[in-house]
Design a protein around this ligand. Structure first.
Ligand code: SF4
Length: 604
């Protein structure tokens, strides 16, 4: 199993890795980091950004290092920061060039390499290597990688084996596919060499812009490392999450799911915003899991039917618009508003369709007023059979044999399950496992109640909790209450969580990278411009990427891609195909719009 227990929160035990003066892994706090988005050769700007990120409270700062000049600049940046007594460890992010990694490993505290392009080159070939050819490639990798390890040992530099779903090597994808298994194998080839060389200062990551793919890949990696007696710490992150609420929710859904599993020693939230904005978000995610081990006990349930490595939606019976083939629903919770009135949802009783209120972008599919529902938590299950309402409000304390047996005979009742446990994910998951084990098909509304003043903190907590269950394939609807927020804000959060976990797309999906030293245009401004022009195209996924390193792969499931191609140049992609190469940046957004129109996919 990828984690020690599904029901008891424990941080997965990993090695301690020294990254300068800030160790990670073991029982150290979960570390946070961000990445500067200017070239390291622009020393003053780079130092300035490092200082801002450090001031925001980050544990580490990362920078992309493309070539030798950028590598040598890291030495100066380190010296300048030291001179100002800013000792925050620096991490160099290297793609394509092992020689650059070897240079910069002498100057910084940690180097990240990408197994997908450390030595492997793209040949656009579908050839699956036979055993001999594959082993010859591994030997070539070993020769290059061991000399980097030797430099790291000599300079006490840590390494991250940073796999990206969007930039796996052909050797891997041709053999394992573009899959979590492929991502894990890509890392394991490097980790086995580290183990053989007795090099322990290693951290591993499995990032993707797809929250499901990254969650399954990290879990699979944890299991694989356990099997091979490796305890390398994990760096967790979702890539290309964009900005604003969507970026926060997508990051929290992916990262929070894994932290709830006890996986993760350092995290990075990737936002298309100023780099220092990532740190408060990362800290809020980490803080949500501090002291979680003190949670109330959750019963151990047989998890034979649980599939943590692939998406398998729980099969349910369709009841009044919930479950079955219906979309995962959003239920607005107005039960705490008395009298039941909210200007967005006129004069309601409990309704199971949305005909009774003015439809807006964030209109829920149903509303829960509390008043007209049968409430198992206060009335007891003995009167269930007399109850005419078909929604049963309950929690884990009702999950005994009689209750399960009753549900089996009455599949046309909808369950609304909630939890007050600090580890609500584990408790709610236990409820779902009990239903699965007994083959109960009643649809389930997952309900969470928070009492949070800050909208950002609410977005994060809700995404961590609902996200983990939705990624598991559990839940036919979500119902969110926050005593301090307006209902319309809450339904908006719910729809964003459904989209972040890919169970329901209700708005344009923007996949945007955070930018780095490779980005040669103002990506924040461009993303805003593209959003302004295309946010009404709810049927589309649009990627905005700073460069082609991860750009093309990560936007694989986007309908259109806007990708930096050099100074003042943009390339446009349709699906994975390059359709306009190196067009002038000044007109590129209009060209993107024209492309969508030419395809007949534009709506006024
Ligand atoms: S896609 Fe390119 S520009 Fe964007 S963060 Fe990744 S490497 Fe940097």
């Amino acid at each position: 199993m990828f984690c020690k227990s599904l029901t008891k929160y424990n941080r997965h035990k990993t090695n301690v890795v020294n990254v300068g003066n800030v160790p990670l892994g073991g029982s150290n706090p979960i570390r946070t980091q961000s990445m500067i988005n200017v070239a390291t050769t622009d020393i003053d700007k780079a130092v300035e950004q490092c200082k801002k990120i450090a001031k925001a409270g980050a544990d580490y700062v990362r920078a992309t290092v493309q070539g030798k000049p950028e590598a040598e600049s890291m030495k100066i940046i380190r010296e300048k920061l030291n001179h100002e007594k800013i000792n925050i460890p620096l991490i160099a992010d290297v793609h394509f060039n092992p020689q650059v990694a070897k240079i910069v490993a002498q100057y910084v505290e940690k180097v990240r390499i990408n197994p997908g392009n450390f030595i492997d080159k793209k040949h656009n070939s579908n050839k699956i290597l036979d055993e001999n050819e594959y082993n010859a490639e591994l030997q070539r990798l070993r020769n290059e990688f061991v000399s980097l390890i030797d430099i790291c040992k000599q300079h006490k530099t840590a390494l991250r084996i940073g796999v990206n779903h969007g930039s796996l090597s052909e050797k891997i994808t041709n053999r394992y596919g573009d899959t979590p298994t492929g991502m894990v194998e890509s890392a394991m080839e490097f980790l086995r060499i580290c183990k053989h060389e007795k090099f322990e200062d290693i951290v591993v990551s499995m990032k993707s812009s797809n929250t499901r793919v990254m969650v399954y890949a990290y879990r699979l990696l944890a299991e694989k490392m356990n099997a091979e007696k490796m305890n390398f710490p994990l760096h967790i992150g979702v890539t290309e999450t964009g900005d604003g609420e969507d970026g926060r929710i997508k990051s929290a859904a992916g990262i929070g799911t894994l932290l709830a599993d006890g996986l993760g020693d350092t995290i990075r939230v990737s936002l298309t915003e100023a780099p220092e904005n990532e740190i408060p978000v990362a800290k809020k995610i980490v803080d949500y899991f501090v002291n979680r081990q003190k949670h109330d006990a959750v019963p151990d349930i047989d998890a034979e039917k649980y599939s943590p490595y692939e998406y398998k939606q729980r099969k349910t019976t369709a009841v009044n618009g919930f479950g079955g083939d219906n979309q995962i629903a959003v239920v607005a919770d107005l039960s705490h508003i008395n009298p039941v009135y909210d200007k967005d949802f006129e004069n309601l009783g409990f309704v199971k369709d949305n005909k009774k209120w003015i439809k807006t972008d964030n209109s829920p599919d149903a509303v829960y007023t509390g008043s007209s529902l049968f409430d198992a938590t206060t009335q007891g299950i003995t009167i269930l059979s007399d109850e005419s309402e078909n929604i049963i409000h309950c929690n884990i304390s009702f999950f005994n044999d009689d209750f399960i047996a009753w549900l089996t005979k009455n599949p046309d009742n909808i369950l609304m399950i909630e939890s007050n446990n600090t580890n609500a994910v584990a408790e709610l998951r236990a409820c779902f496992l009990m239903l699965e084990n007994a083959n109960v098909k009643n649809p389930v509304i997952i309900r969470r109640i928070y009492d949070d003043k800050g909208i950002e903190s609410l977005q994060i907590k809700a995404a961590c909790d609902f996200g983990a269950l939705l990624i598991d394939g559990f839940g036919d609807a979500v119902c969110l209450q926050n005593t301090k927020s307006e209902s319309k804000n809450l339904t908006k959060i719910c729809f964003s969580i459904l989209q972040a976990t890919r169970v329901r797309f209700s708005k344009t999906e923007f996949i945007a990278c955070p930018s780095c030293g490779r980005t040669l245009f103002d990506i924040q401004k461009t993303l805003t411009e593209i959003k302004n022009k295309t946010s009404h195209l709810k049927h589309l996924k649009i990627a905005v990427m700073g460069c082609i390193v991860n750009g093309i792969g990560e936007m694989a499931d986007a309908d259109y891609g806007y990708v930096g191609a050099g100074a003042g140049k943009i390339s446009l992609y349709k699906n994975k195909e390059l359709v306009k190469r190196n067009i002038p940046q000044a007109n590129a957004v209009n060209e993107l719009v024209a492309l969508i129109k030419d395809d007949g996919r534009w709506i006024e």
